[in-house]
Ligand binder design. Structure first.
Ligand SMILES: Cc1ncc(COP(=O)(O)OP(=O)(O)O)c(N)n1
Ligand code: 3NM
Ligand code: MG
Length: 211
């Protein structure tokens, strides 16, 4: 099947108290539909916990053609054998990440709601720029609010893909898809879906396809 223009980018819940159980949930979620990428985002977890999670989850994702990015930490991305890293504005330099992880690595950069940050990230060699938060979210305290116009502007001006993030659900995502988001990054819409994560992936895929 051809890949859709806009794809789902899944981020792990902030903590994984039952790693074997989560690995099974992840496999079921990825088997339920189209997911382009998985980000390991275990905020505040010790390095050994993150590396153990990576060792359990990377094979599940990669076996299904899903690329795996480490959040925040280019050093752990390298150690764990991730396909790339997602860097926030305080998480390190994309140029240094490229040097460490190599030409094939996927490097994403948080740009909040800033055209300037996005152009800077593009010049630094980012493989995607991420804008958000588009909607209120219970996953993280956010201070920046983005509007769909920034996706429209970016996708008209630049070839580098853009990711939309923050409170995105099947119900509210159509304007982001229509504005040109290449990826929708979600936590709650999948992991907190009332019928389970597989249903969450199916709902997001259906909403993207009909947007
Ligand atoms: C795809 C994607 N976009 C944005 C973020 C946020 O990154 P950051 O601002 O560094 O915040 P934390 O995620 O580290 O709390 C992201 N993780 N992924
Ligand atoms: C990790 C993250 N970064 C954001 C940003 O705005 O940069 S919003 C966010 C949380 C995304 O989780 P959910 O899909 O549950 O809202
Ligand atoms: Mg970060």
């Amino acid at each position: 099947m051809p890949e859709p223009d806009c794809r789902l980018y899944l981020i792990t819940p902030p903590a994984l108290p039952d790693l074997p159980g989560f690995a099974e949930d992840l496999a079921r979620a990825l088997d339920a539909g189209d997911v382009a990428a998985l980000q390991l985002r275990l905020k505040g977890a010790p390095d050994d916990v993150v590396l153990r999670a990576a060792a359990a989850l990377i094979p599940v994702a990669q076996a299904r053609g899903v690329v795996v990015l480490m959040n925040d930490r280019m050093d752990l991305a390298k150690k764990a054998g991730c396909d790339g890293v997602h860097l926030g504005q305080g998480d390190g330099d994309p140029v240094a990440a490229r040097k460490l992880l190599g030409a094939e690595a996927m490097i994403g950069v948080t740009c909040h709601a800033s055209r300037h940050l996005a152009m800077e990230a593009g010049e630094a060699g980012a493989d995607y720029v991420a804008f958000g938060a588009f909607f209120p979210t219970g996953t993280k305290e956010t201070v920046h609010q983005a509007e769909p116009e920034i996706l429209e502007w970016w996708s008209e001006m630049f070839e580098i893909p853009c990711v939309a993030i923050g409170g995105i659900t099947a119900a509210n995502c159509p304007p982001l898809v229509q504005a040109g988001a290449d990826f929708l990054a979600v936590v709650g819409a999948v992991w907190n879906h009332p019928e389970g994560p597989a249903a969450g992936v199916r709902a997001m895929n259906a909403a993207i396809a009909s947007a």
